[in-house]
Design a protein around this ligand. Structure first.
Ligand SMILES: [Zn+2]
Length: 440
């Protein structure tokens, strides 16, 4: 199929854009793209739409859709203390409903690959990660599902209640068992990451054990880091150092690691992350919602750190829209560093190429021959684009937008702004039904 009459934004190294562009898709891959007259073949006329790589979400907690809009004035630690007891009710049925609705919401915002960090495993609950993977398969999007973990309960000086923490040996064995779902090859639909939750819920031993396991199995490592001032105080109190120093102590300052947030960094911290190639999932809306602060994204980019964007869970960012997150990244960078701090194209790059990079993927995130045919197609005759002579800038500055068409692996996931493989209203009803069990 040749998608013609489009403004194509490749997000390749050269920053190629074709105002009069076309893109040819065959066997789930991009066969060719260019400007001017398209080659012969079956054609879809996009009517001047903007085509970007499908967006990549680098940090999420799909299950939190079950507890949206709670703890409305809380900081991170009090928010967690209010929500942990509710999250302890999770089971596979609830997880599946939350994942379906959450992945659908992201797909409608142009997102074709989602990283989900699931770290709540109540005793006796089974099939939680498998439920997310099933939901992604059914909707037609790619998922990188983390087997998260917590082993440091309140009685041992951690934040979570004791009933929500697991035995480290048992959870690592479960992580290894889930690794059979991991597809290492390009074009993977399902991948598994190893993701102990945070410095205040995970022991040093589990951080080290997770790194050993992930490196033995060839999986990537993820955790939350430097999200709030309270976390920094906690690290100093328990470990005698700052969060980035702690990361180094446990063998995590490396290029197979990416960390969510990284708000409270010194200039030296940012330089160390950049030098090590350790990635960052920047989650500006969540950081604002919890009053945590604003990550130094310009400094991290200048230091060479890989950076993707995360919407984070719907309990700390009630809107899972990655195009909105790109706009938010631009706005907070400018709030911190002035109008030159981040351009619309840089923000879009974070939401596409940057996300792919932190996930360790070079098969998605840009439109180049041989890469996956993961395309987000945005109508430029929509209100937010009207009057703009630069559709790429309008995509970011006038976000959010509902994607018109989303292709993942060349297959339509969204068409005419509607899910192809599911009914949005049914998914929403299913989530609402499950969420009733999570009332405070
Ligand atoms: Zn998070």
């Amino acid at each position: 199929m040749i998608y013609a009459n489009a403004y194509v934004v490749a997000m390749d190294d050269a920053g190629t854009e074709h105002a009069d562009g076309w893109i040819e898709v065959a066997d789930g891959r991009i066969a060719a793209l260019g400007a001017g007259s398209p080659p012969e073949g079956e054609r879809a006329d996009l009517g001047g739409a903007l085509v970007t790589p499908a967006l990549v979400n680098a940090h999420h907690h799909l299950y939190q859709g079950l507890t949206r809009a709670r703890a409305q004035e809380a900081d991170l630690f009090s928010w967690l203390r209010m929500l942990y007891p509710l999250w302890a009710r999770i089971d596979a049925e609830a997880e599946y409903a939350a994942a379906r609705a959450g992945l659908a919401e992201l797909a409608l915002s142009g997102c074709g690959t989602v990283f989900d960090h699931h770290y709540v495993f109540p005793r006796g609950a089974t099939g939680l990660v498998e439920a997310e993977v099933q939901a992604a398969r059914e909707l037609g999007v790619r998922i990188v599902a983390a087997r998260g973990s917590m082993d440091l309960g309140a009685s041992a000086g951690g934040l979570p209640p004791d009933e929500l923490v697991e035995d480290p040996d048992a959870l690592l064995a479960d992580t290894e068992a889930l690794a059979v779902l991991h597809e290492p090859e390009p074009g993977a639909w399902t991948q598994i990451a190893v993701a102990p939750c945070s410095p205040f819920s995970v022991s040093k031993r589990l951080m080290r054990g997770s790194a050993e396991l992930a490196r033995r199995l060839g999986l990537r490592l993820h955790t939350h880091l430097a999200e709030t001032v309270e976390e920094e105080e906690y690290c100093r109190g328990i470990f005698g150092c700052r969060p980035v120093e702690y990361l180094e102590q446990v063998g995590w300052l490396a290029d197979d690691v990416w960390c969510a947030h990284c708000v409270h960094l010194s200039a030296d911290d940012a330089a160390r992350l950049g030098a090590a190639g350790t990635g960052v999932a920047h989650c500006p809306t969540s950081n604002l919602r919890l009053g945590a602060g604003v990550a130094p994204v310009r400094a991290l980019l200048d230091a060479g750190a890989p950076i993707g964007l995360g919407v984070d869970g719907p309990a700390s960012n009630e809107r899972s829209d990655l195009s909105l997150e790109a706009r938010q990244a631009l706005l907070v960078a400018r709030g911190r560093g002035g109008p030159g701090a981040l351009t619309p194209r840089e923000a879009l790059r974070l939401a596409t190429r940057g996300g792919a990079r932190v996930l360790g993927r070079d098969d998605i995130g840009s439109l180049e021959p041989g890469r996956c045919a993961d395309l987000a197609i945005w109508r430029t005759d929509a209100t937010g684009f009207a009057g703009a002579d630069d559709p790429v800038a309008a995509l970011v500055l006038a976000a959010p937008h509902r994607v018109d068409r989303l292709l993942v692996g060349g297959e339509e996931v969204v068409r005419d702004g509607m899910l192809v493989r599911a009914d949005e209203r049914v998914l929403t009803d299913e989530l609402r039904t499950q969420a009733r069990r999570f009332a405070a």
